[in-house]
Design a protein around this ligand. Structure first.
Ligand SMILES: Cc1cc2nc3c(=O)[nH]c(=O)nc-3n(C[C@H](O)[C@H](O)[C@H](O)COP(=O)(O)OP(=O)(O)OC[C@H]3O[C@@H](n4cnc5c(N)ncnc54)[C@H](O)[C@@H]3O)c2cc1C
Length: 322
C-alpha cells in the first residue's frame, strides 16, 4: 500500500501510524507549518501556548495504550486542574502533551514522511491512482490510496466530484470558536485552572501556565461561546481580542490588568452534528475519510475515527489478497 494522508491532526496521524505499522508507505500532508491541527500549540517567548484543545479525555479502550505505544513517556501526562463550573462531555479531563499539546502529534508523526505547508487543493483520478495538486496547481505525485483527515467542510471541498462521499459529508455541521490568549499582570489567586461559564461571551478560561512545561506565567486561554463566535466570525482578530479581554477582566475581576497576546479563529472548531459512523471508506475509489466529526467533537473521537478507518482499509486489502 502507498497512501497519502491529508491532515496531520490526531485522526490523520492515527490512521497513518496504523497503516505504516502494517507495512504501508505513508506520506502525510498538512497545510500548516507543523502537526496538530486543533490540538496544536504556538511558541511564545521561549515557551508554549495551547490554543486548540487545552486537554483531552482518554476513556475509550485502546486510546491510552495507543498513545503510550507511540509517544515518549515524557510527552504525555495526566492533568488534574482545579475546576470551576460544569464541564461538558468534551471537556472531561485526563491528558495533556508536555511541554506542549502539539508534542503529541509531533511524537505520533515520528519518522513518517511529512510535507508541511502544503495545502491539497485538488484530487484527480488517473490510471495510476490519485493525483494530488497543491493550491499552486503543482502536481505533488500520485497515490493509489488516499486518506482525507480534515474537518468536514474542508473534506467536502476536496470530494465535491464524488457524490456518495460528498452526500454523506454534507450532512455534517461544524461550529466556529474564537480564542484569545491573555496574560494577566498579576497572579490571579482566586481563578481556577479551568473555569466554565454560563456567559454569553466566554465559555471557558484555561490557565495555560498551570500546565507543566509551558514556561510562561499568568497566561490564560479565553474561549468564546458558540453564539458569540458565530456573531463575530468575520470580525478582525484585533477587535475580537479587545472584546474577549474586556470580558475576561470583568469575569476574573482584574479590571484592565491583562494584555492580549494573540487571537485565533477556529472556523471549524467543534462538531455540531456528526456523521454518525466512525469513518467513510470507498473501496472502489480507494478513498477514506476520517476526523472527529464522524463520531463527535473530541480528540478521542478523532483517534477512534482514524483508527477505525485504518483497520477497515487493512481488512479490505487483506481480503483482496485472498
Ligand atoms: C478551541 C478548541 C477547544 C477544544 N477543546 C477540546 C477539549 O477540551 N477536549 C477535546 O477532546 N477536544 C477539544 N477540541 C476539539 C479537538 O481539538 C478536535 O476534536 C480534534 O483535535 C480534531 O482532530 P482531527 O484530526 O479530527 O482534525 P484537525 O485537528 O482539524 O486536523 C486536520 C488537519 O488537516 C489540515 N488540513 C485541512 N485541510 C487541508 C488541506 N486541504 N490540505 C492539507 N491539510 C489540510 C489542518 O491544517 C489540520 O492540521 C477543541 C477544539 C478547539 C478548536
Amino acid at each position: 500500500m502507498n497512501v497519502a494522508v491529508i491532515g496531520s491532526g490526531m485522526a490523520g496521524l492515527t490512521a497513518a501510524r496504523i497503516l505504516e505499522a502494517a507495512g504501508a508507505i505513508v506520506t502525510v500532508f498538512d497545510k500548516s507549518k507543523g502537526t496538530g491541527g486543533r490540538l496544536s500549540s504556538r511558541s511564545f517567548e521561549g515557551g508554549w501556548i495551547d490554543h486548540g484543545a487545552p486537554y483531552f479525555s482518554s476513556e475509550q479502550p485502546g486510546f491510552s495504550e495507543f498513545l503510550r505505544d507511540h509517544l515518549p513517556a515524557e510527552n504525555l501526562q495526566p492533568w488534574q486542574p482545579h475546576v470551576m463550573g460544569l464541564l461538558g462531555a468534551d471537556e472531561q479531563l485526563h491528558s495533556i502533551g508536555v511541554p506542549r499539546n502539539s508534542a503529541i502529534t509531533r511524537g505520533l508523526l515520528g519518522d513518517l514522511r511529512f510535507q508541511p505547508s502544503t495545502r491539497i487543493a485538488r484530487l484527480v483520478a488517473s490510471a495510476e491512482g490519485w493525483q494530488l495538486f497543491n493550491d499552486g496547481e503543482s502536481l505533488l505525485g500520485c497515490w493509489p490510496q488516499v486518506v482525507i483527515a480534515v474537518p468536514a467542510p474542508q473534506a467536502l471541498a476536496l470530494l465535491r466530484d464524488q457524490p456518495p462521499l460528498a452526500e454523506a459529508i454534507s450532512t455534517v455541521t461544524m461550529e466556529p470558536c474564537w480564542v484569545t490568549a491573555v496574560r494577566s499582570k498579576t497572579r490571579l489567586t482566586d481563578q481556577a485552572d479551568v473555569s466554565v461559564y454560563q456567559d454569553s461571551v466566554i465559555r471557558r478560561i484555561v490557565h495555560n501556565s498551570a500546565k507543566p512545561g509551558r514556561l510562561n506565567t499568568n497566561v490564560y486561554l479565553v474561549q468564546a461561546t458558540k453564539s458569540w463566535s458565530l456573531s463575530n466570525l468575520e470580525e478582525t482578530a484585533e477587535n475580537v481580542g479587545n472584546q474577549l479581554q474586556k470580558r475576561f477582566d470583568q469575569l476574573v475581576s482584574s479590571e484592565g490588568a491583562s494584555e492580549i497576546l494573540f487571537s485565533h479563529r477556529w472556523r471549524y472548531a467543534f462538531t455540531e452534528s456528526p456523521l454518525g459512523q466512525p469513518c467513510l471508506w470507498d473501496a472502489e475509489l480507494s478513498l477514506g475519510v476520517c476526523g472527529d466529526w464522524c463520531l463527535g467533537r473530541r480528540v478521542e473521537d478523532s483517534w477512534q475515527s482514524g483508527a477505525d478507518l485504518a483497520v477497515r482499509m487493512l481488512k479490505y486489502f487483506e481480503e483482496e489478497k485472498t
